[in-house]
Write a protein that binds this ligand. Structure first.
Ligand code: OAD
Length: 246
C-alpha cells in the first residue's frame, strides 16, 4: 500500500507550489474500474481480434456491422464501470491548484462521470456518434446494425480517433499549450507508446516542468522523468491529493 512517505517530498512540494498542473491519463487510470487497458488481450467473443485491427477506418469500411458490434460491446462494458478513486482524486485535484488541465487518451467518459470538467479528449469519446463522411457530431445510435447520418444518409461511426487518423486539432493544440505552460506534468496510466500523446511529457520537460509518471510498470520514458511512482493510480492519486491537506 503506497503511503505518503513513499511519495517524494520534492513532488509533493511541486504540487503544493504549482501554478499550473497538467495531467495526461491513459487506459491504466480506468483499469481499477474494470475496463481492460488498450494492450490487454480482449476477452470472450472479441478474444480473436486485436484492438489495433478493429479501431481503423479500413476495418470499418470492410465490415461496419462488425465494428459497430465491437463498439456497442465496449460501450456496454464501460457504461457498467464506475469511476475509481484515481478518477475521483483527479477531479478533486483540479479544485486544489490554481490552474489544472486534464488530457485523456481514454474514450470511456469516466473522468467526466467522476466530476472532471473541461476534459481534453485526445482520442474522442466512445459514446459520441459521428458522420463517417464528414465527422460531424450526430444524434445517438438508433440501434440498427449500422446507424445512418440524419443529414447525408451515410454511415455513422463511433466518435473515437482510429489508428492512422489525426488527433482533433483543438484537442492537440490545447494539450500542447498546456504541456508547454505547466510547471508540473503527471503522466498517469499510460504506456507512453503512442504519439503525439506520449510527446506531451517531453514538451513539458523541455519547458521547465517537473514530470512524474504513475504506473505499476515503469515505462521507457521513466528514465527521462523526474519521478516514476510504481503503483496503481487508484492508490497513489488519493495519497497525492491528501498530501495537499497536510
Ligand atoms: P496501454 O494499454 O498502452 O497502457 C496502459 C498502461 O496502464 C500500462 O503502462 C499499464 O502498466 C498501466 N496500468 C495498468 N494498471 C494501472 C493502474 N491501476 N494504475 C496506473 N497504471 C496502470 O494504454 P494507453 O497508454 O492508454 O489510442 O494507450 C494509448 C493509446 O494507444 C490508446 O489511447 C489507443 C492506443 O492506440 C487510440 O485508440 C488512438
Amino acid at each position: 500500500m503506497t503511503s505518503i512517505r513513499d511519495i517524494p517530498d520534492a513532488l509533493i512540494a511541486a504540487l503544493r507550489d504549482a501554478r499550473h498542473v497538467c495531467v495526461l491519463t491513459g487506459a491504466g487510470v480506468s483499469a481499477e474500474s474494470g475496463v481492460p487497458t488498450f494492450r490487454e488481450a480482449q476477452d470472450g467473443l472479441w478474444a480473436k481480434y486485436r484492438a489495433e485491427e478493429l479501431a481503423t477506418p479500413e476495418a470499418f469500411l470492410a465490415d461496419p456491422v462488425l465494428i459497430w458490434r465491437w463498439y456497442r460491446w465496449r460501450r456496454e462494458l464501460v457504461a457498467e464501470a464506475q469511476p475509481n478513486s484515481g478518477h475521483l482524486a483527479i477531479a478533486k485535484l483540479a479544485d486544489r491548484v490554481p490552474r489544472f488541465t486534464l488530457v485523456t487518451q481514454n474514450v470511456d467518459n469516466l473522468h467526466q462521470r467522476a466530476g472532471s470538467s473541461n476534459v481534453i479528449e485526445f482520442h474522442g469519446n466512445i459514446f459520441e456518434d459521428r458522420c463517417f463522411a464528414d465527422g460531424s457530431l450526430q444524434a445517438g445510435d438508433d440501434g440498427t446494425a449500422v446507424p445512418t447520418c440524419s443529414e447525408c444518409g451515410g454511415n455513422l461511426r463511433p466518435g473515437v480517433v482510429w489508428f492512422g487518423e489525426a488527433i482533433p486539432e483543438r484537442a492537440l493544440n490545447e494539450s500542447c499549450a498546456a504541456a508547454a505552460d505547466c510547471d508540473l506534468f503527471l503522466s498517469i496510466g499510460t504506456s507512453s507508446l503512442v504519439y503525439p500523446a506520449a510527446g506531451l511529457a517531453d514538451l513539458a520537460k523541455q519547458n521547465g516542468a517537473m514530470v512524474a509518471e504513475i504506473n505499476p510498470n515503469p515505462t521507457m520514458n521513466a528514465a527521462r522523468f523526474d519521478f516514476s511512482l510504481a503503483g496503481n493510480s487508484g492508490v497513489i492519486l488519493p495519497e497525492l491529493l491528501n498530501s495537499l491537506s497536510l
